[in-house]
Design a protein around this ligand. Structure first.
Ligand SMILES: [Zn+2]
Length: 112
């Protein structure tokens, strides 16, 4: 599953940044359009973290809203999922600015 792969690379990144220290918290940002199911991500994390420096870590998730920019009127707007028409001029000439991404915001490690 998609989420497993993501969790695996998240854990790899944590191991790199933690420098052998125990990770206590992992904060991630998830775009509402990223295709990631937050509860699957959390479940996968809980399964895979067992043998890693993250085994005691909690995961905090923040959802990123979808925003678009209209090429016709140059305005930016927040939209509901999958309605990409410009709310100002009604045009469909829009590009997605945020909401597709998923990244680690920060990690916290235990200072020995
Ligand atoms: Zn517009």
């Amino acid at each position: 599953m998609h989420e497993y792969t993501i969790v695996q690379s998240m854990l790899d990144l944590c191991e790199k940044h933690a420098n052998g220290k125990e990770v206590t918290k992992l904060a991630v940002k998830i775009g509402k359009m990223s295709g990631i199911e937050p509860h699957f991500l959390r479940e996968s994390f809980d399964v895979f973290k067992e043998d890693t420096l993250c085994h005691n870590a909690t995961m905090e998730m923040e959802l990123i809203d979808i925003t678009i920019k209209c090429s016709d009127c140059q305005k930016e707007a927040m939209v509901d999922s999958f309605n990409f028409y410009c709310p100002y001029c009604g045009g469909g000439n829009t590009e997605v600015l945020t909401g597709q991404e998923m990244h680690i915001d920060y990690i916290e490690v235990k200072e020995a």
